[in-house]
Ligand binder design. Sequence first.
Ligand code: SAM
Ligand code: DTB
Ligand code: SF4
Length: 343
Amino acid sequence: MVQAAGLKRNGSHDIGPVRHDWDRSEAEAHYALPFADLMFRAQSIHRENFDPNHVETASLLSIKTGGCPEDCGYCSQSAHYDTGLKATKLMAQADVVATARRARDAGASRFCMAAAWRNPKDRDLDEVCGMVSAVKDLGMETCATLGMLTPAQATRLRDAGLDFYNHNVDTSPEFYDKIITTRTLQDRVDTLARVRDAGIKVCCGGIVGMGEEVEDRLGMLVLLANLPSHPESVPINLWNEVEGVPVNDTAERPDPIALARLVAVARILMPQSVVRLSAGRQYMTDELQALCFLAGANSIFIGDVLLTTKNPQRDRDANLLDRLGVKSRLNQVQPAAPQSAHD
Ligand code: SAM
Ligand code: DTB
Ligand code: SF4
C-alpha cells in the first residue's frame, strides 16, 4: 500500500509545500487511513492555513434560469430534459442588486451570480459586468458562473470588479462523459486558464452522488489539485435531486463517513483552498456537517434556495454554527437563539 505522504507513525506529520503533482494512489492512501488519523492530519493542515473556528458564508442567485443548451445530466436547467422548470430571461440589474443587499444583510460575504448559458453573448456580458460592479459597491466579494469564457470576456469581468469565477470540472476524467456530452473537460480546463490569466480567482469543484465510484471522487480531487494553481475555492456539491434528469437513474447518496473522508482528502491535497460544502447540505445531519468542518470544510452557501433547489433554512445554519462555536458573518448579523454548547 502507498504510504500517505508525510504521516509519521505517531499520527503527526510534516506539512510539506503546496503540491501540484499528486498521484491518485496517494489520494487513495490518505482516503484509506484509519478515520482518526485522516481527520487529525486534515485538521492539522487546516489549522496551519486557516482559523479553524471560522466558516465563510456565500450566497447564490440564478440571474438567468433554465433553457440551457448543455446536457449536464444532473441539472434542472438543461433544455435537454423535462424538469418542469420555467426558463426566464436575464434579470434586471436593480433586482439583482436588491437581492445581493438582502443576502449581505442576512450574513453573506460573497454573492455568486449564475446564468444557465453555454457561454455568455457579449451583449449579455455588458449587463453582467454592470451587476458585478454594483454588487462590489455593496462591499461584497463577487463571483459569477456563466459558462465558458473567451480571454476578452474574462478580462472584461475582471475590469468590472469580479473577484471569483465558478466553473466546475464536476467529476473525474473517466466519469465525465457519462454525465455531459455537449462540452468536454478540456473546454472547462481552457476556461479555467483564461479566468486565471485574467487575474480572477478560481472557484472550481464538482458533484458527488451521481453514481460515480470513490475512485472518481478522488480522481476529481487529484484533477483539481494538479491544476497549475489550486482553485482558491473548491465547492463540493452533493447531488441535489431533480426530477426528470438522467442522473436519477444512477444516483446514490454517499455514505456520510465517505463524505467526511472526501472533504479531509480535499483539505490535504489543497491545503490553502477554501473548501465549500455546497449543494446537498439539506440531506446532511448537523453531525455530518460538523464532521466535515473538522475535516477542513470552511465555507457554506446560505439562503433557503441555491439556484433552483433547496438549501437548509437560515435559522438551522445559524443555530448549527452557534452550537459549534463557529464565527461567521451569519452569527454576526443576527445571532441565533442562545443554546448552550452542552445541550
Ligand atoms: N451554467 C454554468 C456552468 O455550468 O458552468 C453555471 C451554473 S451551474 C448550475 C454550476 C454548477 O452547479 C455545476 O457545474 C454543478 O457542479 C452544480 N450543480 C448543478 N446542478 C446541481 C445539482 N442538482 N446538485 C448539485 N450540484 C449541481
Ligand atoms: C457550485 O459548485 N455549486 C453552486 C454554484 N457552484 C453555482 C450551484 C449549486 C446548484 C445546485 C442545484 C440548483 O439549485 O439548481
Ligand atoms: Fe447549463 Fe450549467 Fe446546468 Fe450544465 S450545469 S445544464 S451548463 S446551467
